[in-house]
Ligand binder design. Structure first.
Ligand SMILES: Nc1ncnc2c1ncn2[C@@H]1O[C@H](COP(=O)(O)OP(=O)(O)OP(=O)(O)O)[C@@H](O)[C@H]1O
Ligand SMILES: [Mg+2]
Length: 309
């Protein structure tokens, strides 16, 4: 653990009462001031992990520190550092927008701050709705109220569990801008999303979780470089059983029952000259009759990562 960690998790396991191992050995450090996107299929354990950090789910094993505070031994300090926007909307239908946000701040023992309240509501385009009962708001507005509530006690760390599900694209983009603005004020942000483009747009770092295990944590830039992989797919006139040793310098794979030879290269690096590759193939008696080029997307890499398991 380093002093720069907003959250430090080690050896975290969670097995629910029914025997399901929702978290199966998580080690993760979230750096202060970063936007960390947690990606994974339905049921991967994202909400359970967030719940464990926020003290809503009791870990079966392992430890979690939030801003240096142990979430079990020093729960109040740990929890006070956190703002949580849960996946499920939980708001009091009959309370007004302004009151619910004010009340949230009070729960953390912080003195009323009308100027802060106004700023938060204005930033989320909710100021006009401050006296409206929550039940009269649209789904997207309710979600923004949840964000306002989570920010009311000025947390150092903000969790957004599927913040933009059910939010229209225009509003989603404005929420992305606001999340970035929050990060620029020093808030650490952890979000989950099923929109890969959202992670691509916002995240500094990406973690992929599947079946309760973190299968990857990487900066977005590094991941994008890996995702920037390109392929040339050669359709062969005669099926190929194995790749000849003479072609070992190339990153080649056989596909489509030997009918295709796939050359993968990283667009960032210097790829081999295609004409040289083709000459080398012909020298080995491999005759491509068609070439197709393609670029793999983040979505595909994600599917590969998760699908391979
Ligand atoms: N209270 C609970 N009791 C028993 N099992 C649970 C409980 N909560 C979650 N689970 C199970 O734990 C696993 C992980 O669930 P979790 O909600 O953490 O997934 P998730 O990654 O957030 O999924 P989604 O993308 O659908 O929100 C699932 O198999 C789920 O059914
Ligand atoms: Mg979830």
């Amino acid at each position: 653990m380093t002093g720069a960690s907003a959250i430090s998790i080690s050896g975290l396991h969670k097995t629910y009462a029914n025997g399901l191992a929702a978290l199966d050995g998580i080690d993760l450090d979230i750096h202060r001031g970063e936007i960390f996107a947690l990606l994974g299929p339905n049921g991967a354990g994202k909400t359970t992990l967030i719940g464990a950090i926020c003290g809503l789910v009791r870990p079966s094993r392992g430890s979690i520190r939030v801003c240096g505070h142990d979430i079990v031994g020093d729960y109040r300090s740990a929890r006070a550092a956190i703002g949580l926007v849960p996946q499920e909307l939980t708001t009091d239908a009959f309370v007004s927008v302004g009151d619910t946000v004010r009340f949230s701040r009070g729960l953390f023992g912080k003195p009323a701050d009308p100027a802060l309240l106004e700023r938060i509501l204005r930033n989320l385009a909710l100021w006009e709705k401050k006296d409206e009962q929550i039940r009269r708001l649209s789904g997207g507005m309710k979600r923004r109220v949840m964000i306002a509530k989570a920010l009311a006690h000025e947390p150092d760390i903000l969790f957004l569990d599927e913040p933009t599900s059910g939010v229209d694209i225009e509003l989603r983009k404005s929420m992305w801008a606001q999340v970035r603005a929050l990060r620029d004020t020093g808030v650490t942000i952890i979000l989950t999303t099923h929109y890969i483009e959202e992670a691509e747009e916002m995240a500094d770092r990406i973690g992929v979780i599947d079946k309760g295990r973190l299968i990857l944590t990487e900066t977005k830039t590094a991941l994008m470089q890996r995702m920037g992989k390109s392929q040339m797919i050669f359709t062969l006139s005669t099926p190929l059983q194995r790749i000849p040793d003479t072609l070992a310098v190339y990153d080649l794979a056989i596909a489509a029952d030997g009918n295709e030879l796939v050359y993968t290269y990283n667009a960032e690096e210097d790829a081999h000259d295609a004409s040289v590759l083709i000459d080398d193939m012909r020298a080995s008696n491999i005759r491509p009759k068609r070439i197709e080029c393609r670029q793999s997307s983040l979505e595909e890499i994600f599917m590969q990562l998760v699908g391979a398991r």
